[in-house]
Design a protein around this ligand. Structure first.
Ligand code: ATP
Ligand code: ZN
Ligand code: MG
Length: 504
């Protein structure tokens, strides 16, 4: 590591004391807390030119060069303060980091802030060259995160395209196939739904809306209310600072609908935009873009982030646990691009999201009870052929973590619920539709938002009830026509399907 410390004046008067630290007491400072066999960090050379102190530090992994520099900074600044009564103006660093890797990168690695990342085959290492970074970069742990990023990127290169591992945990008995059509096509023909004006949107007529509300009520009344979940209403534009904590800013970026506010609220500043429209009768998109601020966040991607945010930095009394809440107050938007199918895989969808927070035992118990209620609904109310699968992301597989069984005490992970879609083909050969999921997240989110329990650990979990997906799964198996043959228990929830316009 080569550091350049610039002070607010000439270092002449402090030269001797600085020298004494750097070639003397520095060693004690740098050895502090090190095991005898570790060599740690040492100062190779230093140089004082007017107001600048240059340092060259070399280290092993037991005390990294940048940590050594941070250790030395205090004593150096103290001496300069005492001798010359002025302080440190800035600190710039060039650092070469060698990190051992157990796999050879398959392609050239690109890492932010690094001028260069090179694989060294003989040393089985990667050399990262950082150039001209400032002290805040050292203090906030960015360098460690750069190293982790290198490891992650190498793993990703090996696992690219390899899907998560999916293990079927449970499946319902096979049900006789009664319907083999694609519900989207059928509903469009019936005039219940109409493709929306924007990408991946649908307009639901009153018939579809009646069906939709019936399913929504079913989920609330038969799953959430019996378990004691309370309804909340979450904001639907999520600022980046919330996603920074949930981790959505590490992978959801290509799917986010970004939100930008106008630079000005003054109608006069918009004169050109307005006039252009008046003349061309087209939205002057380029001109509008010029009038926008940087994005401040995005439309709802999942509903849980604001629920965690609402509890940020709170300590929860034991008697208030578990916290059980759900949101169904608005749409989620995702850029599904090429992946859109029918009304069940869309850019704008409706989901109920329950979130549960409590002791590990309470979270586990809530997961079990949710699973029970869900099973009841899918078996008795919807008479579905369905299954659930344990989803293990590749990075966990890679870490060699042996996942516990869903039935185990204190299981964490995600299960996806899938329905057989007869119109897509044979059971074993066709893709089943993921119609909802259920996750236990351990303390990942409670930690991220510093939410604490009065006593002990605090865990959380959430579940995404995709209402379009529930309906698509049900209709794909039961059809739209024979409502009289639909399960009796569902009929109790079914609102009357109204008639609608006869178009001429
Ligand atoms: P998929 O694998 O189908 O893209 P996902 O893993 O992205 O789903 P999650 O982020 O886990 O989905 O969201 C939870 C639930 O939200 C899903 O189980 C589904 O019911 C619903 N959902 C997600 N994306 C969509 C979409 N594009 N259209 C309709 N519902 C969706
Ligand atoms: Zn969630
Ligand atoms: Mg998705």
């Amino acid at each position: 590591l080569r550091a350049m410390l610039t002070f607010t004046g000439d270092l002449e008067r402090a030269q001797e004391q600085l020298g004494a630290i750097l070639s003397g007491s520095a060693e004690t400072i740098l050895r502090k807390g090190l095991r005898p066999e570790a060599s740690g960090a040492r100062i190779v050379s230093f140089e004082i030119i007017e107001d600048v102190l240059k340092l060259h530090i070399v280290s092993d992994r037991y005390l990294r060069s940048h940590s050594a520099l941070l250790r030395l900074r205090g004593p150096l600044v103290d001496v300069v303060g005492r001798e010359c009564s002025f302080g440190l103006r800035s600190m710039r660093i060039d650092e070469t980091i060698i990190v051992p890797v157990d796999k050879k990168p398959l392609r050239k690695l690109k890492v932010p802030f690094a001028k260069e990342v090179v694989y060294l085959p003989d040393e089985k290492s990667v050399r990262i060259e950082l150039e001209n970074v400032d002290s805040s970069f050292l203090e906030d742990g960015s360098i460690d995160r750069i190293e982790n990023l290198v490891y992650d990127k190498i793993e990703q290169q090996y696992y690219k395209g390899k899907a998560e591992r999916r293990t079927v945990i449970w499946e319902s008995p096979r049900k006789p196939v009664m319907f083999k059509q694609d519900p989207t096509i059928v509903l469009e023909k019936l005039g219940w739904i109409k493709q929306g004006p924007g990408l991946g949107q649908w307009f639901f007529g009153p018939q579809m809306t009646a069906l939709f509300r019936s399913f929504e009520t079913l989920a609330v009344q038969e799953v959430l209310k019996p378990l004691g979940f309370k309804e909340v209403i979450c904001p639907k534009v999520t600022p980046f600072h919330v996603w920074e904590k949930t981790g959505h800013m590490a992978g959801s970026e290509p799917e986010i609908y970004y939100v930008s506010l106008p630079k000005s609220r003054d109608i006069e500043d918009w004169e050109k935009v307005i006039d252009l429209y008046k003349v061309t009768k087209k939205a002057p998109v380029k001109e509008i873009r010029r009038m926008l601020k940087d994005p401040m966040g995005g439309n709802c991607y999942a509903q849980c982030p604001p629920m965690y945010w609402a509890l940020e930095k709170k300590v929860i009394a034991s008697e208030s646990l578990p916290i059980l809440m759900f949101d169904r107050s608005g749409v989620s938007n995702r850029n599904e691009a090429g992946g859109r199918i029918g009304f069940e895989r869309v850019n704008e969808f409706h989901r109920i999201e329950p979130v549960f927070i409590g002791t590990p035992e309470q979270v586990t118990q809530t997961k079990d009870r949710l699973l029970e209620r869900y099973s009841l609904v899918f078996n008795d109310f919807l008479d579905l052929e369905w299954r659930y699968v344990d989803v293990m992301p590749f990075y966990l597989q890679q870490a060699g973590i042996v996942k516990t069984e869903l039935s185990d005490r204190l299981w964490t992970g995600t299960v996806d619920f899938e329905a057989y879609m007869p119109y897509r083909g044979e059971r074993s050969a066709s893709e089943w539709l993921e119609f909802q999921n259920l996750s236990v997240l351990g303390d990942k989110y409670t930690k991220a938002f510093s939410i604490k329990a009065q006593k002990g650990e605090l865990w959380s979990g959430c579940s995404g009830i995709g209402l379009e997906r529930w309906i698509a799964s049900f209709l794909a198996q039961h059809g739209t026509e024979q409502q009289s043959t639909w399960p009796k228990k569902l009929l109790d929830y079914l609102c009357e399907i109204p008639t609608w316009i006869r178009f001429l």
